[in-house]
Design a protein around this ligand. Sequence first.
Ligand code: GRF
Length: 202
Amino acid sequence: MRTAVFVSGNGSNLQALIDFKKIQDPSFELVLVISNNADAYGLERAKKAGLATLAIPYKKRVNQAEFEKAAVAALKEAKVELIALAGFLKLLSDEFVAAWEGRMINIHPSLLPAYPGLHIHRRVLEDGASETGCTVIYVDNGVDTGAIIDQVSVPVLKDDTEDVLSARVLNQEHLLFPKVLNAVASGQVQLVGGKVVHSTKG
Ligand code: GRF
């Protein structure tokens, strides 16, 4: 399936999607990488991998409509069928989300529904939680409230700092995200009536 990846920053999850090809022949084909941030390192990673890129920088506080107009045109032009949000930090409009219902996934660094939103690792450490993780969801209108496709648990250790914990969780994200995107692209996983359905075939 022709897939676009949206990034805002480092793009290590994008790199994991690019590198997945070394492990197996994926059902997704990365055809476009879009960023709201022209300086995102994720764009460099995409270029190095020979992928088409598009930077649509946010100018003032919010110009969601302009971003989406440009994104929609590029997605159409590239015949994109699936979107993977990989560290994309801007909210998308209800209209955009509805248009991509069941065809847009996001990776989040917590065991959702616990810790939606931002500063996840800091909050996990402040709470003294013994476990965290990462989750891939279908994107809906809420903040990290979409239907959960898959998730992995990661232990929180005694002396963890935000950086150490973040790196441990990211390692798992890099394994989980390509696997889930591949399952969605191959039709093994679908969103039906708001629920995640795993195909029994194969
Ligand atoms: C990841 O932790 C992802 O779950 C979250 O933002 C971070 C992005 O990291 N949404 P990267 O840009 O993929 O390295």
